[in-house]
Design a protein around this ligand. Structure first.
Ligand SMILES: [Zn+2]
Length: 334
């Protein structure tokens, strides 16, 4: 199957020959792991994964009767986009924060923090909710709820200082978690689950001003210990294809195997066996703290960081595929 051109080919700083790209990727990786962060930036071209042998079969999950409803999830996606740009420091950001806190149910709480910018203190808030048993280690499910203040990948240079609608980049991961939250309240999962909606993932122009919420949460965790973490980002693309994100595959292979196995059991071939690009995203601060964290992301999305990242590019079917997979993984835990 031919793949459409990915954003990393169109606009990323990494270009040139393959060997040059690999060298740059290695440099980035070395720079990244001890302390530096980038966002949504592919560091390496995709390639095929080796064949998988002998993966242990997952236990048969005791699934709740209630199904993941793709339309309900899509309604959450639209609600966020319709509210406006979720840019930290704006009125809309505060409105959507209230909407999400209410939507996550009675355990929802807000972890407020600030980021020092040249203009002053930027107020930020991670939104956190818990489900299932309180004792024991927990599964962490996360997404980012803020949206990027500037469409720096827009094909029209006149648009590049405009905020993005963030239907896929932001709202889609949140939309899946909001619908899962409904299921967790209807039928408590067998393991404690913490949902965290990170703020400030897409805020800055530079690598040092992104992943603000996940970095803060990694340094100031609420709850835990965490068995593992699953990050959902850009999971709404109507043309869904999710390869194994490279950092996840290399640093939390068992969790990737577990999730992809669940997708295979459900017959969802959109979860591809190939290894995709390495993405700088909210899973990296968690990995640095020793939490096996994976990123479920379809980075092959032509509207990434453009004004065209709108709900019509997303589909309830894609949200349901991802929601079904995460639901199956969570309810299989013991
Ligand atoms: Zn982004």
């Amino acid at each position: 199957m031919a793949r459409k051109r990915g954003p990393w080919k169109q606009g990323a700083a990494i270009s040139g020959t393959r060997s040059h790209r690999i060298w740059v990727a290695l440099l980035l990786l070395t720079a990244l792991l001890p302390g530096q962060w980038g966002c949504h930036t592919a560091a390496d071209p995709p390639e095929d994964a080796p064949a998988q042998n002998g993966a242990p079969a997952a236990p048969s999950p005791q699934m709740p009767e209630d199904e993941f409803d793709g339309e309900r999830s899509m309604a959450w996606l639209r609600k966020q986009v319709d509210a406006g740009f979720r840019v930290p420091g704006t009125k809309t950001h505060a409105t959507v924060r209230r909407m999400l806190v209410e939507g996550l149910g009675p355990t929802a709480q807000v972890q407020e923090f600030t980021h020092q910018t040249r203009q002053g203190h930027l107020p930020l808030a991670n939104i956190i909710a818990t489900y299932g048993p309180e004792e024991g280690d927990r599964v962490l499910l996360c997404a980012h709820w803020d949206t990027r203040p500037f469409a720096d990948q827009d094909p029209n240079p006149a648009n590049r200082n405009q905020p993005i609608p963030g239907a896929n980049d932001g709202a889609s991961g949140v939309a899946v978690l909001m619908e899962l939250s409904r299921l967790f309240r209807a039928a408590p999962p067998p393991v404690g689950v913490t949902i965290v909606l990170f703020d400030g993932e897409d805020w800055g122009r530079g690598l040092d001003e992104m992943f603000l919420g996940s970095r803060y949460f990694a340094d100031h965790p609420i709850g835990g210990p965490f068995r593992y973490a699953i990050l959902l980002d850009m999971v709404g693309d109507a043309d869904l294809r999710i390869p194994r994100e490279r950092y996840s595959h290399e640093q939390a292979r068992a969790i990737v195997d577990k999730v992809w196995q669940a997708a295979a059991e459900l017959g969802y071939s959109q979860f591809s066996a190939s290894i995709g690009p390495a993405i700088y995203d909210d899973h990296l601060p968690l990995l640095r703290k020793g939490i096996p964290a994976i990123d479920i992301i379809d980075f092959d999305y032509p509207y990434w960081h453009t004004l065209q990242d709108t709900p019509d590019k997303c589909s309830p079917t894609s949200l349901k595929i991802v929601g079904d997979v995460v639901r199956r993984v969570v309810y299989a835990e013991r």
